[in-house]
Unconditional design. Structure first.
Ligand SMILES: Cc1ncc(COP(=O)(O)O)c(C=O)c1O
Length: 443
């Protein structure tokens, strides 16, 4: 039998004689390289230890004097776990609810085959915040678009009358919906797809922000198309914001051709873009919507699909399920994540702080027109794009920002996303902008 000893908490947590509080950033990296899959490229020489305030992290970095294994440094978190921590780290309302739930209520986990009383609270809160008829809980973000995809196909066959196995779901180029086989079938990023085929049939892509291309496809194959499936603003692609009239036109086309509008709001939802959900920026309403990330308040993975009676009403026992989808602790966390979103006015905060950040980013662009190609965003989902030159590499910029006390991470080499918590202060926004200014000036 394998020999294993585990003891202690925090820095004293010791596994088979290795105490984690003793490890240097380099040793953490070596353990990950030796024992993990190499599916991420984290910033070098930095390890997060704990949270300081709702928008900052305490990190361990190499000790310049090389006497200790590391020194600690506070940094502003400008990525906030890809928008999973909109409510701020360790949000008080959510943490209190979790502690009370575990210590007083004492019901972490039961399966969906027996009712638990917190599901009602979750369904009431989630349908109210999304203004949708029904909600189905899942766990990881990717599971929400995955279910949305299945729902759209089922609606295509049972309501629209598409011949069996002939349904098409249309996606947008540059999309990101996660890492399941459905999501990577949608993807047109070679890194996500290489040697994972064969892919799912029945998916076609059109350029994002191009209503004419969509209309042409609808005209050609509309009878077989069940849904247009897209992010309202493309986050992972580098924060691509469509023209203001794009979504109203798409919604009109979907109505005209009897095609569902299925929006993946896993990254754009929960206040991130200045509205509770990004589609509200454009005055439209989808038939289906996928939520995740901040649906779990940065505490637990929680996701869900919200939608109309007509579509979600097609689910039948056995057709879908998830052991942890909507389990009591997850349900309570989601309810309090929604409470924090509403009571802390997070969408409005994102709008105000986002405007402050955008002003600063635009003036940095004006100061360095030869370095910054574009600045984009809505609310606190923002990014700046560098010209594609060797000296302007996004990974190098991320490392330099870290030296200036800001954590941000490049996406697609030339773009750096800035998406801090929605609880961030005006001073912290200024500190992020000052750091960006200094780093860009030094390139
Ligand atoms: C729009 C969108 N959908 C789905 C996902 C997948 O979420 P997860 O990584 O939690 O599975 C992401 C993650 O970045 C996303 O941005």
């Amino acid at each position: 039998m394998a020999e294993i000893t585990i003891s202690g908490y925090g820095d004293d947590l010791t596994v088979n004689g290795v105490r984690i509080g003793d490890l240097s950033p380099r040793e953490h990296e070596e353990i990950e390289n030796r024992y993990g899959g190499h599916n991420y490229h984290p910033l070098e020489d930095v390890v997060v230890s704990h949270v300081s305030n709702s928008s900052t992290l305490i990190c361990r970095v190499p000790d310049p004097s090389e006497v200790r294994a590391y020194v600690e440094k506070e940094i502003i978190d400008s990525l906030c776990c890809y928008s999973a921590v909109n409510q701020g780290q360790l949000n008080d309302m959510i943490v209190k609810a979790v502690i009370a739930h575990l210590e007083e209520e004492r019901i972490p986990t039961v399966p969906r085959s027996i009712r638990h009383k917190y599901m009602s609270a979750f369904l009431l809160a989630a349908t109210a915040i999304t203004e949708m008829d029904r909600v189905v809980p899942k766990v990881a973000g990717v599971e929400a678009p995955e279910l949305m995809f299945k729902m759209a196909r089922r609606w295509g066959y049972r309501v629209k009358g598409i011949p069996a196995d002939k349904a098409i779901i249309v996606g947008a180029r540059g999309n990101f919906h996660g890492r399941s086989m459905t999501a990577v079938t949608f993807s047109d990023d070679p890194d996500s797809r290489s040697d994972f085929g064969p892919f799912l049939p029945g998916i076609e892509l059109v350029p994002f922000n191009d209503p004419e291309a969509l209309e042409n496809l609808f005209r050609e194959k509309g009878d077989r198309i069940a849904a247009f499936f897209a992010e309202p603003i493309q986050g992972e692609a580098g924060v691509h914001v469509p023209d203001d009239d794009y979504w109203p036109r798409v919604a009109e086309l979907c109505r005209e051709y009897n095609i569902l509008l299925a929006l993946d709001e896993v990254q754009t939802g929960f206040g991130r873009t200045g509205k509770n959900f990004a589609h509200q920026l454009y005055g439209i309403k989808p038939d289906l919507m996928a939520c995740g990330k901040a649906a779990g308040g940065g505490i637990l993975p929680v996701s869900f699909v919200a939608g109309s009676d007509e579509v979600i009403g097609l689910l039948t026992p056995g057709s879908e399920g998830s052991t942890f989808g909507g389990y009591p602790l997850g349900a309570v966390v989601a309810v309090y994540a929604i409470k924090a979103l509403v009571e802390l006015n997070l969408a409005e905060k994102a709008r105000i702080r986002g405007a402050q950040l955008m002003d600063r980013l635009l003036s940095i662009k004006e100061n360095f027109p030869d370095k910054i190609k574009d600045v984009r965003g809505k609310g606190l989902l923002t990014a700046f794009e560098l010209f594609d030159e060797r000296r302007l590499d996004g990974h190098k910029v991320s490392l330099k920002l870290l030296e200036h006390g800001v954590y941000a991470k490049e996406t697609h080499h030339t773009t750096v996303r800035i998406a801090p918590t929605l609880t961030i202060s005006a001073r912290q926004i200024d500190r992020i902008a000052d750091a960006i200014h200094e780093v860009i000036a030094g390139l």
